[in-house]
Write a protein that binds this ligand. Structure first.
Ligand SMILES: [Zn+2]
Length: 124
């Protein structure tokens, strides 16, 4: 079997990609579709990589959609029955923490706003 891109001989007859240039060889799309469900089924639910948590925790840093996605993610983790206990309790703690900071932020905004209003009205 020869690579259609670089013309070199591919030694492995079962290879999906050329060893030299990475060009797909043969009926690749069909094989890729078959492999995918197997891979996701093998992923263990209770093994959550550290980077996953980091990624979720960094979500609020993304403007607009980030904080919404973060809250949706936390709600899903906190209440979905398929989530294991350790991640569930983390999500619940993070939700409570987010709620506290949200309430504190709103209270602070109201305090600043009312202060500014009273300061403005004293000039009239
Ligand atoms: Zn090639």
């Amino acid at each position: 079997m020869k690579c259609s891109m670089c013309g070199r001989e591919i030694m492995n007859p079962g290879a999906n990609y050329c060893d030299y240039c990475g060009t797909p060889v043969g009926d690749v799309t069909y094989q890729a579709e078959q492999v995918q469900p197997q891979q996701t089924g093998e992923v263990k639910r209770d093994k959550v990589p550290m980077l996953w948590y980091l990624g979720v925790m960094c979500l609020p840093l993304v403007p607009m959609v980030g904080s919404i996605a973060y809250l949706v993610m936390l709600f899903f983790w906190a209440f979905a029955p398929s989530i294991e206990d350790s991640r569930k309790s983390w999500a619940r703690a993070a939700l409570i923490y987010t709620g506290i900071t949200l309430v504190l932020g709103i209270v602070l905004c109201i305090a600043i706003f009312s202060f500014a209003m009273s300061a403005a009205s004293s000039f009239m």
